[in-house]
Design a protein around this ligand. Structure first.
Ligand code: HSE
Length: 341
């Protein structure tokens, strides 16, 4: 465990002004006094960066310093914290986070791909520099699953975490089930509604959900992300006939990610479409919703459900991390020290 140096006003740089980035700006502008009440300090957005300064956005960013180079935020001596909402497992997002942590700036990110592939080294870098690397927004959007596992269940021995971790896939499967429509048809609708990644292969091949599962495994079992160890099958080949077959057996199909300890004490993580009985809590999850079930002792079983993506829910998770940092709550990234095991 390590603690942050005390600060008064917290000065923030934000890289990425897409759907979630604009949602973050909106909360910082509209909930200013609420956030002062909750943290005892001012959360001051100072500088922003995105690909195109002139793009029309539904938030006013004119009060903030603009930079075309996101990595320069990591070298800005005025900033205490950098929020990375660029995305991608390499390139500017990785360069920015590495430079910010090295320069002792707290980092908040929604970047599940980056953490699934480089989480171990980034967590070590954060810890060595005594700063936060916070990522509540990377797993299941608005569901506070990182805090639930890492803080709320810290007294527990977790034996299994399973869930519906991708809204696009759940939308496709549940709409196919309700309407009998074909996979491609419903996928096009999910894209039109803005649920899917670009390209949607990341969703339908299970990669997006697998990134989240990889982080849940690290959190639940106190390790570090090991994406190569996951077994991953997506929903690309599910047909209307498969969905009808499940129905005829009083079941439905859901893309389920599961991580657990096997009898040898090894962590196993599998993502695959499953036939789920209608009595399962997962059968009730429809549309782009997500759900996570945790089995732990002594608490028993917990199921959390909610919006797994979208502007409001994901920005809400980013701000929750910001509030933690403002309160001086800096947690070991995956629940255990990386340097002092
Ligand atoms: N495309 C993702 C989903 C967005 O559908 O869940 C959040 O990772």
């Amino acid at each position: 465990m390590y603690t942050a140096a005390p600060l008064n006003s917290l000065k923030i740089g934000l890289a990425g002004l897409g759907t979630v980035g604009c949602g973050v700006v909106e909360i910082l502008q509209n909930h200013k006094s609420l956030l002062v009440q909750r943290t005892g300090r001012t959360l001051e957005l100072v500088a922003v960066s995105a690909r195109n300064q002139d793009k029309s956005r539904n938030v006013d960013i004119s009060a903030y310093d603009w930079t075309d180079d996101p990595v320069s935020l990591a070298h800005n001596p005025d900033l205490d914290i950098v929020i990375e909402l660029i995305g991608g497992e390499s390139g500017p997002a990785k360069n920015l986070i590495e430079a910010a942590l090295t320069n002792r700036k707290h980092v908040i990110t929604a970047n599940k791909a980056l953490l699934a592939h480089h989480g171990a080294s980034l967590a070590k870098l954060a810890e060595e520099n005594a700063v936060a690397l916070a990522y509540e927004a990377a797993i299941c959007g608005g569901i506070p699953i990182v805090k639930t596992i890492r803080e709320g269940l810290s007294a527990n021995n977790i034996t299994e975490i399973s869930g519906i971790l991708n809204g696009t896939c759940n939308y496709i499967l549940s709409v196919m089930e309700e309407t009998g429509r074909a996979f491609e048809d419903v996928l096009a609708e999910a894209q039109a509604k803005g649920y899917a990644e670009t390209p949607p292969d990341l969703d339908i091949d299970g990669i997006d959900a697998a990134h989240k599962l990889c982080l849940l495994a690290a959190l639940g079992f106190g390790g570090t992300p090991d994406f190569a160890s996951l077994s991953v099958t997506g929903i690309r080949h599910i047909t209307a006939r498969d969905v009808q077959q499940a129905k005829s057996e009083n079941k439905c199909i859901r893309l389920i990610g599961k991580t657990y300890l096997n009898p040898e004490g090894e962590v196993k993580s599998i993502l695959t479409p499953e036939y789920v009985p209608l009595s399962s809590p997962f059968a009730a999850i429809k549309g782009p919703q997500n759900a996570v079930r945790i089995v732990a002792a002594p608490v028993g079983e917990i199921v959390l459900t909610g919006a797994g993506a979208g502007r409001g829910p994901t920005a809400s998770a980013v701000i929750a991390d910001l509030v933690d940092i403002a309160r001086g709550h800096i947690f070991p990234v995956f629940g255990k020290s990386q340097t002092n095991r």
